[in-house]
Every structure is written in structure tokens, then in C-alpha cells.
Design a protein around this ligand. Structure first.
Ligand code: ZN
Length: 362
């Protein structure tokens, strides 16, 4: 019985592995490759640029939903007027807790989307998030299963008074682009255990303070970002199909490497929403008072692109200018040692995430 199950699993996963995938590159060129080639494609692409993503993959036969009409600032409230509450929450951001969550999530040998440990890591993250919200009647945690590959995404929902949705997310997978092996070591401490730790910290502090949202707030750990935004393209496509009214998305992808001496954050201009980016700039000036600039990251550089593609307002505050990005990402050396074994830089991103949720949630 066991043997039968094992061989069935092997056949099933090799079938998935051979499924044809359309990959869209920066120059809008589309190529069709078997899913097994996605790792190699990521290798080739990531060797040319230091950033995540960089191309969009979709399984052949899967139709991307036509982008919804971009929501404009006229319909959204970007006022900043909940200072007492925001400041009360910001002082609770804990560097030791951020650090311990990065230590934990980067302890898997790899979180590559095809690896056993990459699948287990997402299930374990769901259990951790479940433990944080289990006493709340308005909260739920789901493994979001993807049809064409086994690594699930994870979604926490804090149901609000309305069904309008605010999303705080980051990708959970990692990759080692120096190797073809699906189990090659890739701790992904900065990329992107640090982003998942920030998402966790925002959730933790809202829950600890018994925050009851007006809008519905979702916390997402996306599967398979490194091989062409597979998880977030699937989720955002399903949301667009169901006409879910997502009023704002913030993406955390790399939060703990201070690559730019003169900056704390770079707001990515391309593949994001300019009105919401201005709002984030105002939040940084009001609550963090740290130096920031706009920067560009190139085509489809993180999951924020998936939401933008569907017509939803998304932003991506990055840990440094793109040209000063952490050169260890996508290797076996993306470890906490590169960030001096502390999470001081990530504290800024957890604060921004909290300020963003509270000031948008009206
Ligand atoms: Zn990343």
C-alpha cells in the first residue's frame, strides 16, 4: 500500500513537472517550456539581475483574467488621522520576535516550490498563524491549494464589517539559482523569510491588541514566486474572477538587508500604483521619519506585479535601491549572518505595514 502510494505520488508529481508553461518575459515575448524548466529559466534570469521574479509563468490552458479597471484614488481614503492608535502599535514592534521568525523560517534546507521541505514550510507556517488567531471568532487560516503544483500558499483572514479587502503579503518560497537540484540549499533568510516575518509581526500585533477591522484584512504567504509569480498570479486571478474588491495590497519581499547607506526604503515605482505609493511615502514621513526614495525594479519583480496586473492598487517598499540589493539572495548564502544576525532593518517594514493597515482600514 505504501509502495503504491509512493509510486502514485512520483508519477503524479512528474506529470505536473512536465506540464507546459507559458513564460512571459520583459520584452513581452512569450515562450512555452515544460514546468521542469522553470528553475533553469529563473537561474538564467536571476544571473542577469539581482532581483526576484522577473518573468511571469502561467500553465498552458489557464487564462489570465482580463485586468479589472484600476481603482483610482478618488474612491479610496488615503487620509492619515489615526495617529494615537498607530503610534500605540508601532512601539510594540519587536526586533527579537522578527529575528526569531526569520531564524525559524530560514531553517528549512530549502523552500523551493517543488521540494518536500518547501511544501512542509508552508504547512508549518499555516499552523503557526493558526496558533496566533485560534481564539478569534472572526479569523480563519487556509492553505490555498494551487491546481498545477503542490506548494500551497497560506492565507489568514480577519473578517471585517465589509468584504472590501486589504492584503499584507510576501512570498514564502526560496530558490538556489546556482543549482538545478530541487533540494539545493536555499535558506532565503532575506528573500524572503524576512518578508514573511514582517507579515507575521503585523498580524501578531493586531491580534494582541484585539483589533477589529472595518475592512477584511488578509495576510498572505505566496507559493512559487521565484519561478514566475505562480502563486500570486493564481490567487489574484481568482479574486479578479470573483470581483473581490481589493482596496490595497502591500508586498514585503526582502526587508532585512540595508544595502543603501543613505536610505531605509525604496518604493518601487514600476508594476505598482502611484497613488498608493504616495500614501506610503506620507506614512513613512509621518510615522517612521526615515529616508526613502523611489526606484525601479524592472518587469514583474515581485508579487505586487500580479495584483497590479489584475487592476488592484499594490505597492512594494523595498529594503534598498535595486542596484544596491543583497547579492546573496537566490544562493546558499542568503543567511542571517549577512544581516549581522539581527532584524533591525526589518523593524521599519513591520512599522510601515501596521501604519498602512490602520490608516487604510476606514
Ligand atoms: Zn523575493
Amino acid at each position: 500500500m505504501k509502495k503504491f502510494l509512493l509510486s502514485f505520488t512520483l508519477i503524479f508529481s512528474s506529470l505536473v513537472y512536465a506540464l507546459p508553461v507559458t513564460v512571459t518575459l520583459e520584452n513581452e515575448q512569450a515562450v512555452v517550456v515544460p514546468a521542469s524548466e522553470l528553475g533553469t529559466l529563473a537561474e538564467n534570469h536571476h544571473h542577469k539581475s539581482t532581483y526576484c521574479g522577473g518573468f511571469v509563468s502561467s500553465f498552458v490552458g489557464e487564462v489570465f483574467t482580463t485586468p479589472a479597471q484600476q481603482k483610482t484614488a478618488a474612491f479610496l481614503n488615503y487620509s492619515i488621522n489615526r495617529k494615537n492608535l498607530v503610534n500605540k502599535l508601532l512601539v510594540q514592534v519587536s526586533e527579537p520576535r522578527l529575528l526569531s521568525n526569520i531564524v525559524w523560517f530560514s531553517s528549512y534546507p530549502t523552500r523551493y516550490y517543488l521540494s518536500a521541505s518547501g511544501i512542509q514550510a508552508m504547512k508549518d507556517l499555516a499552523s503557526r498563524w493558526q496558533g496566533m488567531v485560534k481564539h478569534l471568532s472572526f479569523a480563519k487560516v487556509e492553505l490555498f491549494k494551487h491546481k498545477n503544483f503542490k506548494q500551497p500558499s497560506v492565507v489568514v483572514t480577519l473578517q471585517g464589517v465589509t468584504d472590501d479587502v486589504i492584503i499584507v503579503g510576501g512570498h514564502g518560497d526560496s530558490i538556489n539559482t546556482d543549482s538545478d537540484k530541487t533540494d539545493a540549499i536555499s535558506p532565503g533568510a532575506d528573500d524572503n523569510a524576512s518578508g514573511i516575518s514582517v507579515v507575521t509581526e503585523v498580524l501578531q500585533i493586531l491580534v494582541k491588541n484585539d483589533y477589529r477591522p472595518q475592512n477584511t484584512i488578509k495576510f498572505m504567504a505566496y507559493a512559487a514566486e521565484e519561478v514566475g509569480l505562480l502563486g500570486s498570479m493564481d490567487i489574484s486571478g481568482q479574486y479578479a474572477d470573483k470581483a473581490v474588491n481589493v482596496i490595497g495590497v502591500i508586498q514585503f519581499d526582502g526587508t532585512n538587508f540595508k544595502g543603501s547607506k543613505d536610505l531605509t526604503m525604496a518604493l518601487i515605482k514600476d508594476g505598482t500604483n502611484q497613488e498608493q505609493n504616495s500614501f506610503l511615502g506620507n506614512l513613512i514621513d509621518t510615522y517612521l521619519q526615515v529616508p526613502w526614495r523611489y526606484d525601479s525594479c524592472g518587469y514583474a519583480c515581485s508579487d505586487s506585479y500580479s495584483w497590479t496586473y489584475r487592476g488592484y492598487p499594490a505597492s512594494f517598499p523595498a529594503e534598498s535601491r535595486v542596484k544596491e540589493e543583497n547579492t546573496r539572495i537566490h544562493t546558499a548564502n542568503d543567511t542571517l549572518a549577512v544581516s549581522q544576525n539581527n532584524a533591525i532593518h526589518a523593524v521599519n517594514f513591520a512599522k510601515l505595514g501596521l501604519a498602512y493597515v490602520i490608516e487604510l482600514d476606514k
